[in-house]
Design a protein around this ligand. Structure first.
Ligand SMILES: Nc1ncnc2c1ncn2[C@@H]1O[C@H](COP(=O)(O)OP(=O)(O)O)[C@@H](O)[C@H]1O
Ligand SMILES: [Mg+2]
Length: 331
């Protein structure tokens, strides 16, 4: 039996970056054991991982879910904390992806309906919503999201939400396989879109679980303040839970996105460094940061994306750059 060694020693032994091994261990590509906050790995397993990841890179094979028919990437924007920029990110990343020629569907999956409101739809006037489609599915097991899809002025389609989505908490809890409903509803739409973004609510529970079962990836917005890091850790634990429980073994973190960044304050600049150190070893952190700007709430009040409202401003440029990072990650 080979003795396990600390991951850092393994990185030295094979002359590779410790972060590369730590990320692989974190997301299960490299078998290891977490003792306290330190990974232990056996050298032969590290060797296998490096050999196979090297081979994969040279073959440039498409990811399995992209083989055959065209399939949308489903990205949930999630963190169990309000006001961090989930809705703002869903809307503006969606708009920036449309600008890049992507066919985008936005799903409002928060009973507050902020995304629906920000895109100029009155929630109380919506007959067909994500909730009505879920209810229909639970009584017929037929996925019928079509009726709820609306075009919007930012060029992305939207499935709206209303306060009634709160009722889904109870309905899904007693339903058979209640955590699979959103995935089932989105399945028939995968060939119609390139990217599907799901805006989620700020509490963990069966709705967020639905989003995490349906998604291939998660973007985790982190408001630039120390108190917000706990909710990011909780989100990462939740992603691990989805993978290990088998509910979504391939779920990945596309990246942590720093939002509400104020580059003029020292504390904020230190925070960005801290966040990269704290989380960057486990999961990607977007290179682009979203600065704090009053243009964001202003644009939402006018039912516009930041790309429409302040075309050449910092905010628009930042979300374009995030869209580029998202597209690059899939290439
Ligand atoms: N970078 C930013 N700078 C300033 N205000 C922002 C920024 N991002 C979002 N906001 C505003 O902060 C509030 C909360 O953002 P929102 O995206 O709704 O967060 P969440 O969906 O996570 O609750 C909204 O009023 C929004 O307009
Ligand atoms: Mg929101």
């Amino acid at each position: 039996m080979e003795e396990p060694i600390p991951l850092r020693d393994a990185a030295n032994l094979f002359g590779v970056k410790v972060d590369r091994l730590r990320r692989a261990a974190w997301d299960g590509r490299l078998a290891g054991r977490l003792v306290g906050n330190q990974w232990l790995v056996v050298p032969s397993e590290v060797e296998r991982f490096l050999r196979e990841s090297g081979r994969r890179r040279t073959q440039t094979e498409p990811a399995t879910r992209r083989e055959g028919a065209h399939m949308a990437r489903i990205i949930a924007v999630a963190v169990p904390k309000g006001g961090t920029g989930k809705t703002t990110t869903t809307l503006n990343l969606g708009a920036a992806l449309v600008e890049q020629g992507q066919r985008v569907l936005l799903v409002d999956f928060d009973p507050q309906g902020s995304l629906t409101l920000a895109l100029g739809l009155r929630p109380d006037e919506q007959e067909h919503t994500i909730h009505s489609a879920m209810k229909y599915y639970l009584s017929t097991f037929e996925p019928q999201l079509e009726l709820a899809i609306r075009p919007t002025s930012i060029g992305a389609d939207l499935v709206p939400a209303t306060i009634r989505l709160n009722l889904a908490n109870a309905e899904l809890t007693v339903a058979p396989q209640g955590e699979l409903v959103l995935k089932k509803l989105l399945a028939p739409l995968l060939s119609r879109y390139d990217v599907i973004l799901i805006d989620t609510l700020p509490y963990l529970g069966i709705l967020v679980e639905n989003a995490l079962v349906a998604a291939h990836e998660v973007i985790v917005p982190l408001e630039a303040e120390y108190l917000a890091t706990e909710s990011v850790s909780l989100m990462l634990q939740q992603v691990q839970f989805m993978r290990k429980s088998g509910l979504n073994p391939d779920l990945k973190v596309s990246g942590i996105l720093l939002t509400h960044v104020d580059t003029r304050t020292v504390l904020n600049r230190q925070f960005a460094e801290f966040a990269r150190k704290e989380f960057g070893a486990q999961v990607p952190v977007f290179t682009t940061v979203i600065k704090r700007s009053v243009r964001f709430p202003e644009s939402q009040a006018c039912h516009q994306s930041i790309l429409q409202y302040d075309t050449q401003g910092d905010g628009a440029r930042a979300y374009r750059a995030v869209a580029q990072e998202v597209l690059d990650a899939a290439a």
